[in-house]
Design a protein around this ligand. Structure first.
Ligand SMILES: [Cu+2]
Length: 191
C-alpha cells in the first residue's frame, strides 16, 4: 500500500513535468495582411522548436492552384528588408487556400521575435515576385513577473519561461524526498 502511494507520487511527478514542458514552448500567432492589392490573408504561428523555430502559415485568397514562395525577412512590412530564411512554398488549392509548415534551425525563436523580422508570402514561386501577404513578428514580452520597464537584469522572456519547469521540478523532487523519508519512518516505527 505504502509502496503504491510512493509509486503514485512518482507518476504524478512525471505527468506534471510532461504537462509543464508541453506548455513552456513559447509561441506567437500573427495575422497575415493582404498587401499590394491582393486578397491574401491568414495566420502565421511561430513556435520555439528546440534551438530553432517552427513557422506554420495558413493563407487564403490566392488565385486557385497557384504556387507561392515565402520568407522571413528582416525589417517590417512597412520598412522592408532582405530575406533571412526561406519558408516552404504554399500551393493554393482550387479554393485559393493553402498552408505550409517550416522548421527553421538556423534561427532561434528569440532571434525572430526581436521585433525586427516579418513573415511574407509572394505572388508567385521561383522567382517569388511581389509581396501579397505580410505580418510583422512582434517582440517577445516576458511571460510573467517583472514590472513593465524594469526587466530582471540579463533575463529575457524566453529564459524566464524556461526557468519555470526547473523550479517546478526542484519542488517536486523535494516533495519526493519528504515522502520517501516519511515512508522509511513509518516502516521503522512499524517494526
Ligand atoms: Cu520574401
Amino acid at each position: 500500500m505504502r509502496k503504491l502511494s510512493v509509486f503514485g507520487v512518482l507518476l504524478l511527478v512525471l505527468a506534471t513535468i510532461g504537462v509543464a514542458s508541453a506548455q513552456s514552448a513559447p509561441s506567437v500567432t500573427i495575422q497575415m495582411q493582404a498587401t499590394g492589392g491582393s486578397k491574401v490573408t491568414g495566420t502565421a504561428t511561430l513556435t520555439q522548436a528546440g534551438n530553432g523555430v517552427m513557422v506554420s502559415v495558413k493563407l487564403s485568397g490566392f488565385d486557385p492552384s497557384t504556387k507561392h514562395d515565402g520568407h522571413i525577412h528582416v525589417g517590417s512590412c512597412a520598412a522592408q528588408g532582405g530575406v533571412v530564411v526561406p519558408l516552404n512554398s504554399i500551393t493554393a488549392d482550387a479554393s485559393g487556400a493553402g498552408s505550409a509548415d517550416t522548421t527553421e534551425n538556423t534561427l532561434t525563436y528569440a532571434q525572430v521575435t526581436d521585433g525586427k523580422h516579418y513573415v511574407q508570402y509572394h505572388t508567385s514561386s521561383n522567382p517569388p515576385g511581389n509581396p501579397v501577404s505580410c505580418a510583422d513578428i512582434p517582440a517577445a514580452v516576458p511571460a510573467q513577473g517583472g514590472a513593465p520597464g524594469a526587466p530582471a537584469a540579463g533575463l529575457g522572456g524566453v529564459s524566464q519561461e524556461s526557468g519555470f519547469p526547473v523550479a517546478l521540478l526542484a519542488g517536486l523532487l523535494g516533495l519526493m524526498v519528504v515522502t520517501g523519508a516519511g515512508y522509511r519512518l513509518v516502516r521503522k516505527n512499524g517494526k
